[in-house]
Design a binder for this molecule. Structure first.
Ligand code: NAD
Length: 496
């Protein structure tokens, strides 16, 4: 048995991971919430609490913002970019060195399968690696003012940044926000979701061991109302990166308006996967399955609508349903094809969508029911579900379920597919499967989405800017554009 299998076996025996951090991370160390209150985190694969953590509130947020502001002024903003880069590169190495433990913590906390958690941890390391290399390449411009003048621009760090993190991708969302913010010279206060607090705390500890000065990264755990709201409304915050629901995003935007705080909002979607008659069938089948059932469909960019050309719809759906029925469910640590969903409340929400679809007379091609871990009978599971052709105004076409539920829409041709694909209030990503590259790129230009995947859903990585249009939000994370989200441009013009 290797070290990881031993740790997995121990966690399965005891139900928890030893030595999880239980404090807030403030000013370079762990400490309890000012109120001394704690709350529990649940293992969705069992539906049982497995650890407790600090329940921070406005007092702790205030202390964290003060600590981050002090660290910003005390030198992080002026630390040589190459030195910032070296620290971030060490963070990437430490994440990889401690990947087993991070992945098991993520698996227990979020429910995702161990393989998915391992992928997220590698992705987090990659984010730090990418932005480590970018620190000393944040070049400004010179402006052609003519003889006797000098004009140039500087990319300055914006200041203290707030990062409100969701429960579906805890460590990867934290990393894709923190790495560019720190690379730009900003300091950080992160607020992980109350369902999944641990990997953000573990990451803060890694950052410190990699050489990040005290106060540059702070983590306040707690609920959205008690810790998230005071953070995004704090006058000391210069920029908020929020990932989560549309309803909360709107609240965050209103509260940021009070201090004219900069904002990146990443709010989910109802993303289409367009499958045309000339597609590579095997690639499309695998792509559609992964697009909706990875992470039990709890992905802002999940491909939750299959928009398929009528000519191939019947045979494609027959095979898709057969493959979906073969997917295994179970506790994430056993590495099934699909794990549980995040919470009992979320399970009820998903089930509500499917029950309402039933009462509207929808044909459920497969799945459609609440389930449990077949070995233990425990946990918060929903069967992988496919619902047959729904009209464009159906709730299942227009609203985000955020679970393993795929809605089918039938298109007559590529142009009709485009019309259906664009027909929701969201615009995060879109997928296209076709062997005609001309059609693919023509559709890519006209799709109302922040990112388009051609012939491989989720193609690309940290190098590719990511963000939405319409209700999916605005601003971009990832790529060099993500780095510029944490900078403000200063123009300097001088008469010589
Ligand atoms: P949410 O938007 O309420 O929570 C996301 C984060 O925001 C959490 O850290 C939460 O504590 C924090 N938060 C909550 N209220 C806040 C406030 N007033 N001010 C500042 N921060 C606040 O999401 P949820 O309730 O956990 O999930 C509900 C739905 O949101 C899901 O069903 C799904 O549709 C969507 N969602 C989307 C994403 C995404 O990646 N875009 C992620 C999670 C959830």
């Amino acid at each position: 048995m290797n070290a990881q299998s031993e740790l997995v076996a121990q966690v399965r025996r005891t139900g928890t991971l030893p030595d999880l951090p239980d404090g807030l991370y403030l000013d370079g160390g762990f400490r309890p919430a000012t109120s001394r209150r704690t709350m529990e985190s649940f293992d969705p694969g069992k539906g049982e609490a497995f650890a407790s953590f600090a329940r921070g509130d406005a007092d702790d947020v205030d202390a964290a913002v003060t600590s981050a502001a002090r660290a910003f002024e005390a030198g992080w903003r002026d630390t040589a970019p190459v030195e910032r880069g070296r620290i971030l590169a060490r963070v990437a190495q430490l994440i990889l060195a401690e990947a087993d433990r991070l992945a098991i913590a993520e698996c227990l906390d979020s429910g995702k399968t161990l393989a998915e958690a391992e992928g997220d941890v590698r992705g987090a390391a990659r984010a730090f690696e990418y932005y480590a290399g970018a620190c000393d390449k944040l070049e400004g411009k010179t402006f052609p003012l003519g003889a006797g003048y000098l004009g140039y621009s500087l990319h300055e760090p914006v200041g203290v940044t707030a990062h409100v993190i969701p429960w579906n991708y805890p460590i990867s969302t934290a990393a894709r926000g923190l790495a560019p913010a720190l690379a730009a010279g900003c300091t950080v206060v992160a607020k992980p979701a109350e369902q999944t607090p641990f990997t953000a705390l573990m990451l803060a500890d890694i950052l410190s061991r990699a050489g990040l000065p005290a106060g540059v990264c702070n983590v306040v755990t707690g609920t959205g109302a008690e810790a998230g709201a005071p953070l995004v409304g704090h006058p000391g915050i210069a920029h908020v990166t929020f990932t989560g629901s549309v309803a909360t995003g709107k609240r965050v935007m209103k509260s940021a308006a009070d201090h004219v705080t900069r904002l990146v909002l990443e709010l989910g979607g109802k993303s289409p996967v367009i499958v045309l008659k000339d597609c590579d069938r095997e690639a499309a089948l695998n792509g559609v399955l992964g697009a909706i059932f990875e992470n039990a469909g709890q992905i802002c960019s999940a491909g939750s609508r299959l928009v398929i050309e009528r000519r191939i719809a019947d045979s494609f759906l027959e095979e898709l349903v057969a493959r979906t029925r073969r997917l295994t469910l179970g506790h994430g640590l056993r590495n099934p094809d699909m794990g549980p969903v995040s919470s009992a409340e979320h399970l009820a929400k998903i089930s509500g969508f499917v029950e309402r679809a039933r009462t509207r007379g929808s044909e459920i091609l497969t799945g459609g029911n609440i389930a449990s871990d077949p070995q233990t009978g425990q946990g918060w599971f929903f069967e992988p579900t496919i619902i047959a052709d729904r009209p464009a105004d159906d709730e299942l076409v227009q609203e985000e379920v955020f679970g393993p539920v795929l809605t089918v829409q039938i298109a007559e041709d590529a142009d009709h597919a485009l019309e259906l694909a664009n027909g929701t209030p969201f615009g995060l990503v879109a997928g296209i499967y076709t062997s005609d590259h001309g059609t693919a790129h023509r559709l890519a230009r006209r799709l109302d989405a922040g990112q388009v995947f051609i012939n491989e859903y989720f193609a690309g990585g940290i190098e590719v800017p990511f963000g939405g249009t319409k209700l999916s939000g605005f601003g971009r994370e990832k790529g060099l554009e993500g780095l510029l989200s944490y900078c403000r441009t200063k123009s300097v013009a001088a008469k010589l």
